[in-house]
Ligand binder design. Structure first.
Ligand SMILES: Nc1ncnc2c1ncn2[C@@H]1O[C@H](COP(=O)(O)OP(=O)(O)O)[C@@H](O)[C@H]1O
Ligand SMILES: [Mg+2]
Length: 332
């Protein structure tokens, strides 16, 4: 029997993720923009109403019924909560956490409060109404609902903090600026919120919310912190937890994304055969229960990423024409 299809929402530029699923099963993409490149890696591409529209969830339900979808996965932060509510109402087989967790992790100040409540490390964080003179500087002025490192500013003193709070045109917060390396742990939770695996990597260089250079590392402290965080939040599906290891403060979690993180290749390279996250997700969508295997992966691989492109004809259909060859040059 062939596995159920998967539906990926907001695919954007995440061609590698869509392409990987399309090699495993029928893959449907819902993205409102005809210029979102990743949809061209899917078997089916569908234009659906905007997320805020009451027709959004019904349109996804229709796609699920039509194509036999067994798992819906968001590829941006924008619709995770909507999908979580639709899951709770029994309308979509979305691989997302509880709606309350989805809502809290979309707001970085709520995330901070939630982590503190659960006894998980979060850097000191306050809202703009706080006594700014009392803070230890430098701090990061961050949008509460930011993504892709948008509008994040380092403030060295009260005057700079006030300036950036005024300058950034959306709700913000102030968070202690962490030193030390920034690291991410790419994780996968099962349908009961058990953590199946947690794979740490360095973040050497990022651009537009994607990590473009890094190395998979074996770091037991990070693996254990990520497993605890995943299970405390009951995360279903993929998630990426970002931390800093500050020489004075120690580990602090600065971002929790309950979707595929900004470096899809890293955990895919590191996974043992048959255990990449897309493979496990397709098996779970087919009803299989996967045993947790936290820490079972291969460390040491680096990744370095670059741009690729598609030519579309006048009617926005890919021509299939390549102007350059992919892959590393083979020795003559
Ligand atoms: N508290 C902090 N200290 C130092 N750098 C930070 C801090 N918070 C965020 N940054 C930097 O800003 C980037 C984006 O912040 P993040 O919290 O991950 O938001 P998002 O990815 O949702 O835009 C991080 O990858 C990190 O480099
Ligand atoms: Mg981030």
């Amino acid at each position: 029997m062939s596995p159920p299809a998967v539906l990926l929402t907001g695919a954007g530029k995440r061609y590698d993720i869509v392409s990987c699923f399309a090699r495993l099963t029928t893959t449907v993409v819902a993205d409102p923009s005809p210029l979102a490149p990743a949809q061209y890696a899917a078997h089916v591409r569908a234009s659906v109403p905007l997320i805020e529209d009451t027709g959004y969830v019904p349109a996804l339900e229709e796609l699920c019924a039509e194509h036999g979808v067994g798992a819906v996965l968001p590829l941006t932060d924008l619709d995770i909560e909507v999908l979580a509510r639709a899951r709770e109402d029994g309308r979509l087989p979305a691989l997302v956490p509880a709606a309350e967790i989805a809502r809290a992790t979309y707001d970085k100040y709520e995330t901070h409060l939630l982590l503190e409540r659960l006894g998980l490390p979060s850097p000191p964080t306050v809202l703009p109404q706080a006594e700014l003179e009392q803070l230890a500087y430098p701090v990061m002025v961050k949008p509460r609902r930011g993504s892709g490192a948008r509008s994040i500013h380092l403030a060295h003193d009260v005057a700079q903090a006030r300036f950036f709070l005024d300058y950034v045109p959306e709700p913000t917060m102030l968070q202690r600026a962490m030193n030390g390396p920034e690291l991410s742990i790419d994780c996968l939770g099962d349908l009961d919120g058990r953590c199946l695996n947690a794979i740490p990597r360095t973040m050497l260089e990022s651009r537009g919310g994607e990590s473009i250079k890094g190395e998979v590392i074996r770091d037991d402290e990070l693996i254990e912190l990520a497993r605890r965080t995943m299970e405390a939040l009951g995360v279903r599906g993929p998630a990426t937890i970002q931390v800093f290891r500050d020489p004075d403060i120690g580990l602090g979690i600065t971002d929790v994304n309950t979707r595929f993180g900004g470096a899809f290749p890293a955990p895919a390279y590191a996974a043992l055969p048959g255990c990449s996250y897309p493979e496990l997700i397709v098996r779970m969508a087919g009803g299989e229960r996967i045993e947790p295997h936290v820490g079972e992966f291969q460390a040491g691989m680096s990744f370095t990423r670059y741009y690729w492109q598609l030519e579309l004809d006048e009617r926005m259909r890919p021509t299939g024409r390549e102007i350059v060859e992919g892959g590393p040059l083979r020795p003559r």
